[in-house]
Write a protein that binds this ligand. Structure first.
Ligand SMILES: Nc1ncnc2c1ncn2[C@@H]1O[C@H](COP(=O)(O)OP(=O)(O)OP(=O)(O)O)[C@@H](O)[C@H]1O
Ligand SMILES: [Mg+2]
Length: 240
């Protein structure tokens, strides 16, 4: 089954009075259960694509479907199917970590979520910070909470927009173990990262984006290491 289908997606922004395409006719599918990479240099359009998927921004043209549901037609339904870890650190400074996760559960109408919240805190190494105020956390710790926040409603699709930026080696490793476990349990994972080794190690397939265009979708296991693997695809893409 297809988890996400991007169809002829276009996003036009106005920059210095001029129109430009942040996304230009992007089409590809992500299959249910896949560990899928979204790769490309700064400004390639990765976050723009994720924002449309999450219903934060509307496409100028084209559609996105989540399990066959259009994200602009039934956003209240598709948002339940998605857990998005945003690239930017956004948080409410007035709450503790646990309160933040309880409030997020409430937004999805889940009342008694303590067991799952505890499990997320343990898996993400946040137990000691559970009762700390959000503003007192370091950047990496805030990112861990954002990850937990995206998981409170156990979404079938988890989207991680550069989750390991500014994160120490310990969390990086425990985070991948946790995400891999969720993937084994059947969750579809979409990951953007600038660490190509990370993508090579984790992803089954990846979409390569450059200047708003889809360059190619590659089966990672079929990329020959002796030919430079994922790094070579990345390099060739940027000179196209
Ligand atoms: N709200 C906006 N208004 C105008 N331009 C925007 C807006 N959001 C993004 N852009 C532009 O769209 C292009 C794509 O940006 P986007 O954030 O999607 O890239 P990205 O692939 O996520 O990059 P990065 O790796 O740096 O996160 C960039 O040129 C960016 O400046
Ligand atoms: Mg981005």
């Amino acid at each position: 089954m297809i988890a996400i289908s991007f169809k002829n997606l276009r996003k036009v922004f106005v920059k210095s009075g001029k129109q430009f395409d942040a996304l230009c006719d992007v089409s590809f599918d992500v299959k249910e259960g896949e560990f899928f990479g979204l790769l490309g240099p700064n400004g390639a359009g990765k976050t723009s694509l994720i924002n449309i998927l999450g219903g934060i921004s509307n496409p100028t043209f084209g559609t996105v479907e989540v399990f066959g549901l259009d994200v602009t037609e039934v956003p209240e339904r598709t948002k339940r199917l998605l857990g998005i870890v945003p690239q930017e650190l956004v948080f409410d400074p007035f709450f503790t970590v646990k309160e933040t996760l309880k409030i997020q559960s409430g937004l999805f109408g889940i009342r008694d979520n303590n067991l799952w919240i505890e499990e997320c805190l343990v898996e993400l190494g946040l137990t000691e910070q559970a009762n700390a105020n959000m503003r007192a956390l370091s950047g990496g710790m805030k990112r861990r909470v954002l990850i937990a926040q995206a998981l409170v409603h156990k979404p079938p699709i988890i989207v991680l927009d550069e989750p390991t930026a500014g994160v120490d080696i310990d969390l990086r490793e425990s985070l991948w173990l946790f995400i891999k476990k969720l993937n084994k349990l059947g969750h579809t994972i979409i990951l953007t990262t600038h660490y190509l080794e990370e993508a090579e190690m984790l992803c089954e397939r990846a979409a390569f984006m450059f200047k708003g265009k889809l360059s190619s979708v590659e089966d990672i296991s079929l990329l020959s290491k002796s030919d430079g693997g994922i790094k070579e695809v990345f390099k060739n893409m940027s000179v196209r």
